[in-house]
Design a protein around this ligand. Structure first.
Ligand code: ADE
Length: 249
């Protein structure tokens, strides 16, 4: 998978050299290219923002540098990319969207600072549905100072789904929000050695070696955690899913 990120803070993306994504890059599983938006400015001050039409606080990112940057990145590759624009007014970033993005060969991230990017940039690329897709995406109902942290979040969520990136191919099967047996439930608690720590024992059932009982316990814990932290997930769920899980464990 190829990932291009255009930003005015290339250093902000340094964490992509570390840990899971860093290793995947080193192993050639993902090709990450970070670009400084200011290289597509032509004035002495490398200006990327200006005051908003209609007034109001803050600054808006100018269309010219973004247009040149995105044209240049698009010209440098082949295939039909998805341009991901992080914004609190986008569609929610979910595990389902991460799975869909992980199937794409090429993602281009366009994180904004200030009050956002001039609307015409989104419209310009959104008007080419035959060759690319534009997705405005929010990582949650809070406002960050810019789209770089959301890019880190989305890249990590997508990268760990790519074949070969996680050590154990099974590791994301039981994720909270993953499609499958535990769909709609949050993951329950986990334990490792020693069997007793500060007087606290690991739940007996996990030491029993009884796979059926372990599966049922995990499922009950997942249900309890979900009803505590995210009751709306259970209320909104199709009861058939829980019946199916009941039959499976
Ligand atoms: N930019 C600022 N806040 C954001 C959010 N919650 N999601 C995506 N991009 C953002």
């Amino acid at each position: 998978m190829r990932l291009d990120i255009v930003t005015i803070f290339p250093d902000y993306l340094e964490p992509l050299n570390v840990s899971l994504v860093g290793k995947a890059r080193a192993r050639g599983l993902i090709d990450v290219r970070v670009h400084d938006l200011r290289q597509w400015t032509h004035d002495r001050h490398h200006t990327v923002d200006d005051t908003p039409y209609g007034g109001g606080p803050g600054m808006v990112m100018k269309p010219d540098p973004w247009g040149e940057a995105l044209d240049s990145v698009l010209d440098s590759g082949q295939g039909e990319p998805v341009i991901v624009v992080p914004t609190p007014s986008g569609r929610p970033f979910t595990q389902e969207l991460a799975v869909r993005l992980a199937e794409k060969p090429w993602l281009i991230f366009a994180p904004a600072r200030y009050e956002g990017i001039d609307r015409r940039v989104i419209e310009e690329y959104d008007a080419r549905p035959d060759v690319l897709e534009v997705l405005e995406v929010s990582i949650g109902d809070y406002v960050l100072a810019g789209g770089e942290a959301p890019v880190l979040v989305m890249v990590e969520a997508v990268a760990r789904l790519l074949p070969g990136v996680l050590g154990n191919a099974e590791s994301h099967r039981d994720d909270s929000f993953a499609p499958g047996a535990m769909a709609q439930l949050l993951e329950g608690p986990v334990y490792t050695k020693p069997p007793e720590w500060r007087g606290r024992a690991v739940p007996e059932v996990l030491l029993s070696g009884h796979h059926g009982k372990v599966a049922r316990w995990r499922r009950d814990e997942a249900l309890a955690r979900t009803s505590r932290h995210r009751p709306e997930l259970i209320e909104g769920a199709d009861p058939e899913i829980f019946d199916k899980q009941d039959r499976a464990v």
